[in-house]
Design a protein around this ligand. Sequence first.
Ligand code: SF4
Length: 476
Amino acid sequence: MNANPTFAIYTLGCKLNYSESSAIGQRLEAQGFSKVNFKEKADVYIINTCSVTNEADKECRMVVRNALNFSPEAFIAVIGCYAQLKPEEIAKIEGVDVVLGASEKFNIGNYLPQTSRNIFGTGSKGALKNKFTEIHSCEIEQPLEFHASYSSGDRTRSFLKVQDGCDYSCSYCTIPLARGASRSNTIENVLKDVYQIADKGVKEIVLTGVNLGDFGSRGPTGNYSKSALGGLGHKENFYDLVRALENVTIPVRFRISSIEPNLLTDDIIKFIATSEKFVPHFHIPLQSGSNTILKAMRRRYLRELYVERVTLIKSLMPHCCIGADVITGFPGETEELFLETYNFLNELDVSYLHAFTYSERSNTLAAESRDIIPVDVRKKRTRMLRILSEKKLRQFYINNLGQEKIVLFEGHINDGWQYGHTDNYVRVRIPSNEILKNSIYTVRLNSINEEGTVDGEIINSIHASETYNFQLSTLN
Ligand code: SF4
């Protein structure tokens, strides 16, 4: 039996949320709480919500219900983006004790039944619950602090948050309302985090942010102050960060989670093309292949710029994996404009698509449009793009067959198979073997299997102590 009060966290949404949940969990553990699995009985359940999905409300209710089924007297805290955007709606969900917005979630320990901490474990019925649901959410217009976070627990990969918030105003997006203005950690602090993560045995670090390419526009205090200058004496930027990470003397590889095309500069692309630490993989949100729709979305580029980015990447790194986000059914997306996007993507040398169906978000400009596309048409377009994505990914995998690639294997085994990703993000499987877990091997990519991943064959192992050169060893 656990003597400490226990907590469990359920995370909805993106990699950023996962890194933050992990950081919040680490803080609670430092305060004497013990973490348990969400399906176990806990004293406190924390639900870290997302506002991107239009099912946020439904999902949140369902998770609260599940938590109370596991432990009917538990304290329930709902935090995160949806909690910042719609705190009153969440407060109406039966059983919720506290709702914490963008800043307050990091101080969750202060909102738990601290004063009655000795109540935990007494079994006294209802002792943990608040009499009324409390709401604590900040004014999102005020400068918010940057809270450093990284995911832990999985020794294969860690998501490291280096930037938060966004200053853009894409007409469909509520993220700036949920997370506030752009702010970042300093390079010095990021480097400290990187060494800490590597110390835990992690071999791949994924740089994460809301608008990652905007790194450094403001420092950790959220102001245009000295804190944005970091140690460089000038305002730090994402290119500075990439160069600083290249010099770390530990065997980790870095992946960039996602970067806006207008912020992915030639310098960054050229640097990564010869990097020994950054893998050849970019995820670049496109959203639409029609300039008419891009303008209506208030994106900060046109399709021509996207083509330029892809062309430069592929000329320097023919083996590079490029993923793109696309939204279907945005207001005003006629059949003709959708086909513009479809044909654009069909011809573009990208490796996979993440297709999302547009859904209206309150308090956004796009939601006021009357040029609405019927939901069934939106969904049909998403299906078309998903099929296109499968074709593209298959072709990308075919292009990689016969090559020897460096694969980082995951820590778990699935149905007798061990999975991993190459540096350029090909998903590889090998018959399971304990020795492969969280390890790096050179693998020959042999064939595409029935599930659409690639069957490989081990060539040799790469020892953790080796400083490996991902790029040069994998050039075609
Ligand atoms: S860049 Fe646009 S879509 Fe991305 S978070 Fe900022 S406002 Fe939202």
